[in-house]
Write a protein that binds this ligand. Sequence first.
Ligand SMILES: [Zn+2]
Length: 209
Amino acid sequence: GNNAAISDGGCKSHWAEGLCDFLAPSQTSADQIDNQLKKVGFSVSDVDIVITSHSHLDHIGNIEMFPDAIHVIQKVELYQAWWPESFQRGGAHVQADYDDARDFRYFKMDGDYDLFGDGSVVILSTPGHTLGHQSVKVKLPETGTVILSQDAIWMEENLEGYVAGLNYSVLDWTDSVERLKMIRDVEKAPIWFGHSIKQYEGMGNQWHK
Ligand SMILES: [Zn+2]
């Protein structure tokens, strides 16, 4: 069927000095997206579609591994990527991560979208963290419906009113958190957070089943 992957990053030599220490990734090359795909029986060239939540370095960092894929991203997030707010420039957005991806095939979103037309992968527009941040709702055969918040909700604390940092708009961010909580409650679907080590460890250090 259709293969979809979420792009994610790792430390890069062209990132600003100190950024790698700040992010304190425990990621090794074994955790990189290409090797993660191998663990479930795919290579990067098998991936037809890449969904990128937003253009921060730790989410778009490996997009250039997928030159032949269709890239699903909000149109305004492409604007954000190539002209970030000055307070995020050089730090959170690293243009060298994606400058060679400018002429990739982009499926430019403008809001929500049922990607395969069958409800299996639904793009949810969740702006606030960035101008065009998006989350994803997926129906997994064994697990059922899961909401992948990405950076719309970093971790558990954000559910209870603790606002995450680095927001383009706190108002939009708050609306997006409320929206994902509503979908969670209506569909009885868990939210898998973008940056919760607690949740990741609680699932046995893996997201897939
Ligand atoms: Zn981010």
